[in-house]
Write a protein that binds this ligand. Structure first.
Ligand code: OOB
Length: 548
């Protein structure tokens, strides 16, 4: 294999589609590393990232990326090597990303809340050469986690720590004279992003320089992002929404400024909006609600804010209606997915569209189908499954042939698992979900993954995890459990799952014990009935008793 071939295990676009996307000017043949270089040449002294008291210019970010790239390369990290990156909202995140992009190595983006189960899986599955993380974040010592990961994954060659390294290598010590590295090609995989998932293990999403660059360049246009944009990253920067819709990468492309918030709470975010004159910020619905409530009696000047983006989960009309009066900003609904397709309401859309729909795709070449259970298109305006294909939607997950055969149609449409309706004007309204997932305020929980952890408990005979309505998060998770013999305490089961080293948001919010599960006509567990049961709190009718 030559230095620049696409990563094995990554399905890609058929050549006829690739040619069309290039022809249409979507895929421009640039790489992320080149984008940063171009901005640094144009305006080296302009601030790219504000992180607390640190201000990092485009020139500095570019130089640091080069030096870090050279240092990583000297450690033996090369093109197509995978590196699991788990960093909070700190400037080092971008230094590491751009250094890896320059080498052609691939970040595998983990979230700060991921724990041993997830991190060791990402390292093992992606055969990662290195794991980059932080010292202590939100009271959790990631170096302890790193030691556990290292013990569990012998193939992991390096652990790098941003901050106090303990016994590991400090990221800041990885530094060498810039070398002339060959760099990736635009069609190469740039990184592996995480899927929200609906299966037992999270899937990895291969995104290319060409396709991803298009998604945030086009997003910039839709979201009015130019060199004057000041983007506040309050959501975890490794997530696709704050990364590319248009997010931090879009803002770098435009030569604007990224302001990092370590935590999304109003007492951290509002002073930053005021001090940095933030123009654009993205939130998941519960966070938007928290900000709206706090903004009603804040002393902070939030008048610089032009646009509040809300996405990741459905924004209720009630929340949507408050944005303009309370913040004086334009609401933009964002319905996207790490697999690709992103929909936006446009900034000049009529109010009703902004308040009641999740917008429309970025690209004229985003193909969107709304189909019934047999993949036949439903009449316009009716509800059905959303399938999509286009210039920045993947054609398959990384090393997942079997799953890909189910998650994509034979002609390459991605089955989003979302149930939607298309309005007469062509906007999408998300009506529900067919995938076995809980959307916990924007954080996605794959039911099967959690069920597998519950099943590992000796007193659990069977487990089914479903969503239950929650006034704040929209949904929380409820685990229905058929016990083997005497049921354990719900608390004990919850602790058991947590102790298996799982991200906190995946730990069931509630446990209900039942004697048996309701079944569908074909004898499968009827999750619809379980959802209805928890909603009505009619658990006793299923022959069980309350947990806790
Ligand atoms: C974003 O990406 P993911 O990969 O964490 O989750 C994608 C899923 C969608 O398939 C849908 O089920 C849900 O999250 N979702 C929404 C939504 N935005 C995402 N459901 C209802 N209304 C919305 N506005 O969540 C993501 C990626 C890029 C931009 C924005 C969000």
């Amino acid at each position: 294999m030559t230095g620049n071939e696409i990563l094995p295990g990554c399905p890609t676009w058929p050549e006829e589609f690739a040619a069309r996307y290039r022809q249409a000017g979507y895929w421009t043949g640039e790489t992320f590393g080149e984008v940063l270089r171009a901005r640094a040449r144009e305006h080296p002294d302009r601030v790219a990232v504000t992180d607390g008291e640190r201000r990092i210019t485009y020139g500095e970010l570019d130089t640091r990326a080069d030096r870090l790239a050279a240092g990583l390369h000297a450690m033996g990290i090369g093109a197509r090597d995978r590196v699991v990156v788990q960093l909070p909202n700190v400037a080092e995140f971008f230094e590491v990303c751009f250094a890896l992009f320059r080498i052609g190595a691939l970040p595998v983006f983990a979230l700060p809340s991921h724990r041993l189960t997830e991190i060791s899986y990402f390292c093992e599955f992606s055969e990662a050469a290195a794991y980059v993380t932080t010292d202590v974040e939100a009271g959790f010592d990631h170096r302890v986690l790193a030691a556990e990961v290292r013990a569990k994954v012998p193939g992991l060659r390096h652990v790098l720590i941003a901050g106090d390294p303990g016994g590991f290598t400090a990221l800041s010590d990885v530094d060498a004279e810039p070398a002339d590295l060959p760099g990736p090609r635009p069609g190469d995989i740039a990184f592996l992003q995480l899927s929200g998932g609906s299966t037992g293990v999270p899937k990895l999403i291969p995104r290319t320089h060409d396709d991803y660059l298009y998604s945030f360049r086009a997003s910039n246009e839709i979201c009015g992002v130019g060199a004057d944009a000041v983007y506040l990253a309050a959501l975890p920067v490794a997530h696709n929404f704050p990364m590319s819709s248009p997010g931090t990468f879009g803002v770098f492309h435009a030569g604007g400024r990224v302001v990092l918030a370590r935590r999304p709470s109003p007492d951290e975010v509002f002073p930053l909006i005021e001090r940095e004159r933030v123009t654009l910020v993205a939130a998941v619905p519960p966070l938007a609600l928290l900000w709206l409530d706090a903004a009603e009696h804040t002393g902070h000047d939030l008048s610089s804010l032009r646009v509040l983006q809300v996405g990741g989960a459905k924004c209720s009309e009630e929340v949507a209606r408050r944005v303009r009066p309370v913040l004086g900003a334009t609401l933009q609904q964002v319905f996207g997915m790490a697999e690709g397709l992103v929909n936006y309401t446009r900034l000049d859309d009529p109010e009703e569209v902004v308040l009641t729909t999740q917008g429309r795709p970025i690209s004229p070449d985003d193909e969107v189908l709304v189909v019934d259970d047999e993949d036949n298109p439903v009449p316009q305006g009716e509800t059905g499954h959303l399938l999509t294909r286009g210039p920045y939607t993947i054609r398959g997950y990384y090393k997942a042939d079997e799953h890909n055969a189910r998650a994509f149609t034979a002609d390459g449409f991605y089955r989003t698992g979302d149930v939607v309706r298309l309005t007469a004007e062509g906007n999408l309204v998300v009506e529900g979900r067919a995938k076995d997932q809980i959307n916990r305020g924007g954080e996605k929980v794959a039911a099967e993954e959690v069920e597998n952890h519950l099943l590992a408990h000796p007193a659990v005979h069977d487990a089914a995890v479903v969503s239950m309505p929650d006034p704040y998060l929209g949904e929380r998770s409820c685990a229905f459990v058929v016990p083997r013999g005497t049921p354990p305490k719900a608390r004990e089961l919850i602790r058991f799952v947590r102790d298996r080293g799982l991200a906190g948001y995946k730990v069931p919010d509630r446990v209900e014990f039942v004697e048996r599960f309701p079944q569908t006509g074909v004898g499968k567990v009827s999750k619809r009935d379980l959802r209805a049961a928890i909603e009505r709190e009619l658990v006793p009718e299923l022959g069980g008793k309350k947990g806790n």
